[in-house]
Each structure stands twice: as C-alpha cells, then as structure tokens.
Design a protein around this ligand. Structure first.
Ligand code: IFM
Length: 490
C-alpha cells in the first residue's frame, strides 16, 4: 500500500483533510481583537500561560499484549504488510508502559508544567464496551500519580486513533453510532475514576485526519475507502461521540472538570493581509471546518456544507445536534502547516483557495509546509468565527533528520528555527488578546509516526529504538528557556 502512496500525495491530501464549504461575522471585516489586559510587555506570554508537551498511547506505550489490553485497529493495520514505510509497528514503540517513570523525569527536566497524553481505549475496555479491564486503568492511575508527584498537570486525551478492533469488527467502528455510544460510556467510566486528579480531558484527537485518512482514503487504520456519504456519516458519528463524552464527563466527573476536543483544524490563512482577504479567511475557516468543529460549536451544519454535500450529507436528528453541541470548556487546535491560503472572491461563499507552488518550503516531513503565521491566524480566526474564549494549541512541532553529531549530541537547528518562528507568531496572537491559554509541543520524544513508522522523528528527546536510550536534543534547551522566561526572543 505504502508503495502506491507517495509522500507528495500524502502532503497534498493532508491539505484536504476537512470537508465543507458561509460565515458568522461577529465583528467588522478585518477587525483587530482587543489586547488582553494581562498581556506582558515585549515578547512575553500572558501570566499563567500553560506550557506543555504531548504524546499518544499507541505511539509510545508498546506492551500491546500486557495486562489484558485488547487489540486496536492500529495493531491490525501496522501488522498488515505494506502499510508502514519502515515495516515497523507499535508493539514495543518507546516501551513507555514500562518506562513511564523515567519519561516523567524527562518531562520534568524540560520545565513544562503540563503533559498531554492519551488513554488507550482497548486497555480500559478490551472489547470496546462491556466488561472493563481494571489493570488497564491502573496504568493511567500510576502515570497520573507520577506526573502529579513531579508537579506536572495531566491533560488526558480519550481517543487518539486506537479504536478497539472489537468495535471495528462488531459494528464497523465509526461507521456505527453504537461506537459513539460506547465512546461516551468509556469517557464517563474514565472520568469518574481519574477526575479527582485529572482536571482536563480532550475527547477525540484530529477527526480531520483519522476520518478521511482511515475511512475515506485507505491510508490510515482501518484502511477503508468508503463512498463520500459514508465518510460524512463517520464524521457525524465522531462528532456525536464527542458530544456524548462531554455529557458523560459532566455527569460522572468531579465538579470543575474541563472538557474539549483537539482538532487539526483546516488551517486557513489570508494569502495577503487585506481586510477583504481576512474576511475571506474567516469564511473559509467556518466552511472548511463545518463538518466537525462547526457542528460542535454552532449546533448545526452550515447551509453551504449541506448544499455542497448534497445527497452525500450526513443523516442526523435534531436531538443529535443538541448532544453534539453540548458546551465545551475549551477548544484544542493542532496547528502545523498552512493548508489553505485564501483570497476574497465575489463567488459564494466568498473565498478562493490559491494553489501552492512546487517550491513552497517544507520541513523534514513533506506535508509540513512552513508557515509560522498559521499559528497567529488560525486561533485568531477561530476565536472570532465561533466566539471561543479558551483555546489550547494542543499540538505543534516538527520532525527533523536529527542526526547524532560526532559528540553524540543532536543539534536540531531546523526544529529550533521552526519553533522560534511559530512561537513568535503565537506570542503576537496572545499579545493581541487572542485567547490562547496554552501550548503543547509535539512531541516529548521520538515515537511511532503512524504510516511513516520510526522514520520521522518529532521528539524533543531523541530515542534509540534499539536500546531505548533517550537523549535531549538542543531543542530541549531552547524550549526550557522559553518556558523559564515565559517569552520568546529577548
Ligand atoms: O504524530 C502525529 C500525532 O499523532 C497527530 N498529530 C500530528 C502528529 C505529527 O504527524
């Protein structure tokens, strides 16, 4: 499979992982957000800004057959010949399941005060639903205790792509609303038991990727190529799962528990900053995210989305829309590359997307085009379009070739340059009052990068996957300094 699927094509598809095509202007076109009262002078971030780092279960844990864990669709997929570029899988990955204490020390040494990790659904419910496996949750109890003992606030994600295989087999996974229901039950079960220590839960991570790549384009697990109508239905079931999880968490968790989602929002950027293009980028942000963020934050699919989908539009009830739009405490945005540079257009719905020139620069991952202004514009536009008051950058970072130098160190200057430029733009956003409250750098350490296996290294710590040794890259010093000063630059 991988052979048929070029990196260039992956890069192209990564730009089209959201569907839909209208607008809710709350302020005049091009209006500047008001500066926050608590902003720091110069290059500082607001007081209390949350600095963190992130990982996910299948990418780091390993121990796939231990303590009663059930199989996930990624176990099956990674073991299917031809699916993973370097023929690897997550069976061992970073062996984090056994080394979590060492890894928590790495997090502490980084100076971050927050860590976003994901819980493997098939560890907790090996069959997806039914009898829970107490040993599965035990691991996360130990991890959370270790984090707190080291002064690190846990942010737990409930779904980072490792769907229990049993649900895929039994009901077709996200093709069925039975999976949405099972997810809600699982979310409530976990929140009831962890919310005495975990105050922040992300429901699902990046539907913008796993729906299209997994169910539409046969790239990620479960490796399906469904017709568009069914893909739209899958996305609807994921949105429903999110809403059911929000409700279950409100019902079962300690009072004060906060919940939101993490989406790789279709990142729209004005090609040239004019009031007209900024307005066009707002419209594009709303329409190109109508299938997930939009329906959650507005409680409806936009007219343009439904018209564009036509006969392929998802089937839904008014009751489902109510569940889906249960109020959130925050919105998590995973921001890497600019996906759509837009300009104003006279044609409805009011924007045109410009093509990328072949020479547009990218990082070591071909899909990761370099556009630091993305992390300024995307939260600003999203906050305006949906009147959001709390945004986390739930992921941002880059892969790098990360060679070991003769002295055994890793001088990842390209990653530092990338981070410096993106964080400068993020600081610009917070200084203007865009309500970004925290930033989670992807990733703590190199790990299993899905279809690219261990070839792509996104970590702040380099991992030798033979010895499981972890070495800080130069970017650890960079990030630690930013956090210590709560500022970028001097
Ligand atoms: O590694 C992934 C992560 O699992 C989801 N967001 C993008 C990262 C880099 O590709």
């Amino acid at each position: 499979m991988f052979g048929r699927f070029s990196r260039r094509r992956f890069a192209k598809l990564a730009g089209f992982s959201a569907l839909g095509l209208a607008s809710t202007p709350a302020k005049p076109a091009g209006g500047q957000p008001k500066p926050a009262l608590d902003q720091n002078a110069g290059a500082g971030f607001p007081d209390g800004f949350v600095w963190g780092t992130a990982t996910s279960a299948y990418q780091i844990e390993g121990a796939v057959d231990e303590d009663g864990r059930g199989r996930s669709i990624w176990d099956t997929f990674a073991h299917t010949p031809g699916r993973i570029a370097d023929h690897s899988n997550g069976d061992r990955a970073n062996d984090h399941y056994h080394r979590y204490k060492e890894d928590v020390r790495l997090i502490r040494d980084l100076g971050v005060k927050a860590y976003r990790f994901s819980i493997a659904w098939p560890r907790v419910f090996p069959q997806g639903a039914g009898a829970p496996n107490p040993k599965g949750l035990d691991f996360y109890n130990r991890l959370v205790d270790e984090l707190l003992a080291n002064g690190i606030e846990p942010y737990a994600t409930l779904y980072h792509w490792d769907l229990p295989q049993a649900l895929q087999d039994r009901v077709g996974g996200w093709q069925s609303s039975a999976t949405s229901k099972a997810f809600g039950d699982y979310a409530g079960y976990v929140a009831e038991r962890l919310s005495d220590r975990v105050r922040n839960f992300f429901t699902v991570n990046e539907p913008g990727r796993f729906v299209n790549f997994g169910y539409g384009w046969n790239i990620d697990a479960p490796g399906l190529k469904l017709p568009q109508a069914e893909v739209n239905q899958v996305r609807h079931h994921v949105a429903l799962a999110h809403g059911l999880a929000v409700q279950a968490i409100r019902a079962k968790a300690r009072a004060g528990t906060r919940v939101g989602m993490a989406e790789n929002i279709a990142a729209c950027v004005p090609a040239i900053d004019t009031p007209e293009n900024i307005r066009a980028a707002e419209i594009a942000t709303r329409e190109l995210n109508a299938g997930f963020l939009g329906v959650i934050l507005e409680g409806k699919y936009t007219d343009a989305f439904l018209a564009y989908a036509g006969a392929d539009a998802p089937k839904f009830t008014a009751e489902e829309l109510k569940i889906i739009s249960s109020p959130n405490d925050f919105v998590g945005l995973n921001i890497y590359a600019p996906q759509f540079y837009v300009v104003a257009s006279d044609r409805a719905p009011g924007f045109d997307v410009l093509p990328f020139p072949a020479s547009f620069p990218h990082m070591n991952s071909e899909w990761l085009r370099i556009g630091p202004e993305t992390i300024y514009w995307v939260p600003r536009l999203a906050a305006k379009v949906w009147k959001i008051d709390t945004i986390y950058i739930s992921e941002n970072g880059t892969s790098s070739s990360d060679e070991l130098a003769a002295d055994g160190k890793v001088y990842d200057l390209d990653r530092i340059s990338f981070l410096r430029n993106y964080l400068t733009q993020l600081q610009r956003a917070t200084a203007e009052g865009v309500p970004v409250r925290g930033y989670f750098l992807w990733s703590l350490m190199d790990n299993f990068e899905w279809i690219f296996g261990f070839e792509k290294r996104f970590g702040l710590y380099r991992v030798d996957f033979d010895t499981q040794g972890r070495v800080p890259k130069l970017s650890v010093s960079f990030y630690r300094d930013v956090i210590a000063r709560n500022a970028i630059g001097i």
